[in-house]
Design a protein around this ligand. Structure first.
Ligand SMILES: *[C@@H]1O[C@H](CO)[C@@H](O)[C@H](O)[C@H]1NC(C)=O
Ligand SMILES: *[C@@H]1O[C@H](CO)[C@@H](O)[C@H](O)[C@H]1NC(C)=O
Ligand SMILES: *[C@@H]1O[C@H](CO)[C@@H](O)[C@H](O)[C@H]1NC(C)=O
Ligand SMILES: *[C@@H]1O[C@H](CO)[C@@H](O)[C@H](O)[C@H]1NC(C)=O
Ligand SMILES: *[C@@H]1O[C@H](CO)[C@@H](O)[C@H](O)[C@H]1NC(C)=O
Ligand SMILES: *[C@@H]1O[C@H](CO)[C@@H](O)[C@H](O)[C@H]1NC(C)=O
Ligand SMILES: *[C@@H]1O[C@H](CO)[C@@H](O)[C@H](O)[C@H]1NC(C)=O
Length: 247
């Protein structure tokens, strides 16, 4: 996590920064952004429009209908007003199975812990609604930090750390900003990605963001001259502006 790195595998672009942000973009246009902050990870999954009606699982069904987000594997749908206990059962229903895992378990440790191990621990019960004791001095500090942010409040009370609550609050704010900025249609969380762009042979590119509005600029190594556009912008049509530049 600490090593700045850009790795390109066919169909996959991986970028990580020194401050623990990691972006993975797949050739399908889907991507994952992982942000590490003070020991906590925040994860954002970005899906282009062609995934509409093709998703299921924990992140809901991306179809423009918010009423069916909690759809179980057997296609039964639970109310969006479900209790935290019911949400926990919904999560457990989508627990990874040996056959659906994306990973290869190729050491004894990984095999024992993940392949043969339990995928969902039914005897683990999370805190569903932490108790707010008015006599607890932390509650006052929590209210002043979190205000009405339920995620911040939950994390302060369950971890008894304002710092953790603060990082949750920031992640939640970032999420809300992302939703506001990226939503062309307020009923959907759609992200437009133009896909990964390579640097020209004998040149460099500047920019690692492939989403709508992003600019990638190009320069040539010494002794080479650029033909084609100096920069390309990710457009609403999911295509980069201009042609491929060369050096
Ligand atoms: C990492 O992510 C945070 C939170 O979104 C952002 O403020 C910061 O600028 C990012 N760092 C880099 C190097 O992109
Ligand atoms: C997705 O499904 C909904 C409901 O069945 C339909 O109205 C909508 O047109 C579909 N969207 C796409 C992009 O297929
Ligand atoms: C579908 O799965 C859920 C969770 O396991 C269960 O509560 C529900 O009864 C199932 N519905 C049907 C029709 O099997
Ligand atoms: C698959 O996972 C389950 C637990 O989720 C485990 O009991 C089983 O041994 C695993 N391996 C195989 C080969 O099924
Ligand atoms: C399952 O959860 C219980 C209760 O939190 C815990 O005591 C137990 O160690 C857990 N089992 C595994 C394999 O993690
Ligand atoms: C919360 O985090 C922000 C930004 O990192 C910082 O400016 C602020 O002082 C923090 N507040 C608390 C109570 O830790
Ligand atoms: C890369 O682009 C950013 C913003 O678009 C700019 O601030 C930065 O100076 C550029 N870096 C180089 C090496 O050109």
């Amino acid at each position: 996590l600490f090593c700045p790195l850009s790795l390109i595998v066919i169909g996959l672009f991986l970028h990580s920064t020194a401050d623990q942000n990691i972006t993975v973009m797949f050739s399908s246009g889907s991507g994952v952004e992982i942000r590490g902050s003070r020991g906590f990870l925040a994860l954002t999954v970005l899906l282009p429009e062609n995934f509409m009606n093709h998703t299921q699982g924990l992140f809901g069904v991306m179809n423009g209908n918010t009423e069916d987000e909690y759809t179980f594997k057997n296609k039964t749908t639970m109310s969006v007003h479900a209790s935290p206990q019911q949400l926990f059962e919904f999560g457990a229903n989508w627990a990874v199975e040996n056959g659906t895992s994306l990973f290869t378990y190729d050491t004894e440790f990984l095999l024992n812990n993940f392949f043969y191990g339990e995928k969902h621990n039914a005897s683990f019960l999370p805190v569903f609604l932490p108790h707010e004791d008015p006599a607890d001095p932390l509650v006052k500090e929590m209210v002043s930090l979190c205000d009405s942010d339920p995620f911040c409040r939950f994390d302060v009370l369950t971890t008894r750390s304002l710092e953790v609550g603060n990082s949750t609050k920031l992640s939640h704010q970032n999420h809300k900003l992302l939703v506001e900025n990226l939503e062309p249609d307020m009923s959907l969380l759609l992200v437009i990605s133009c896909g990964w762009l390579d640097h020209p042979t004998n040149g460099k590119k500047n920019g690692t963001n492939y989403l709508l509005g992003s600019t990638i600029s190009f320069t040539c190594n010494q002794g080479y001259e650029l033909t084609g556009p100096k920069e390309r912008i990710c457009q609403v049509t999911r295509a980069w502006s201009g042609d491929t530049p060369s050096c």
